[in-house]
Design a protein around this ligand. Structure first.
Ligand SMILES: [Zn+2]
Length: 194
């Protein structure tokens, strides 16, 4: 099977500001907790989520509701990357590609950091979002093993962004509409800063 055929079989993104996008309620409804051991339907959703993530060149993370499934599952990867570090100096903690089931987090202090975010569920928008700088997290692997740890900087931001999707929240909820930029405006701004 060619790559094009395969990607056309993957579920579409649910996009909140795209009038043609269906099933938008899934982005605004708390997702269902996953029960272990995973049933076949849940495993199938995980395969879709993983394949969708792999089909993107430039994707830090995805949550199941973004492709239409109301399940508490996210996939993400925050890797060491000099290009990204140029504009995200707080990319210090890293995480290899991981699937987390029923994840949650707690801030470790009141310190916050403001930085740009975008999302596959919000077409052509970029905005500056305040997030907790340091968090603790817990989640489960697909095999049911508990994961616990702490995360700082961009990794903490990515976890907060993805877990928000499981609670029916989007990053644009934290940004006044007038402060959101289009991709083009954002790229111009970044070019001007360089
Ligand atoms: Zn998102």
């Amino acid at each position: 099977m060619t790559e094009t055929t395969l990607s056309s079989l993957l579920p579409d993104y649910v996009v909140i500001n795209d009038p043609t996008s269906k099933n938008k309620d899934v982005l605004r409804t708390p997702a269902k907790k996953v029960i272990f051991p995973l049933d076949e339907e849940t495993r199938e959703i995980l395969r879709h989520l993983s394949a969708k993530f792999d089909s993107e060149d430039n994707c830090a993370g995805l949550a199941a509701p973004q492709i239409g499934y109301d399940r508490c599952m996210i996939i993400f990867a925050i890797e060491e990357d000099e290009d990204i570090k140029n504009f995200r100096p707080d990319l210090t903690d890293t995480m290899p590609k991981s699937i987390w089931i029923n994840p949650s987090w707690t801030p470790l202090s009141s310190e916050t950091t403001i930085d740009w975010e975008a999302c596959f569920s919000v077409a052509d928008r970029v905005g500056r979002v305040s997030r907790f700088t340091e968090i603790s997290y817990e989640a489960w692997t697909p095999e049911g093993k508990k994961i616990e740890g702490t995360a700082c900087g961009f990794l903490a931001r990515a976890i907060q962004h993805e877990v928000d999707h499981l609670n029916g929240k989007l990053y644009i909820d934290y940004v006044p509409e007038a402060d959101l930029l289009t991709r083009e405006e954002f790229n111009k701004l970044r070019d001007a800063e360089e």
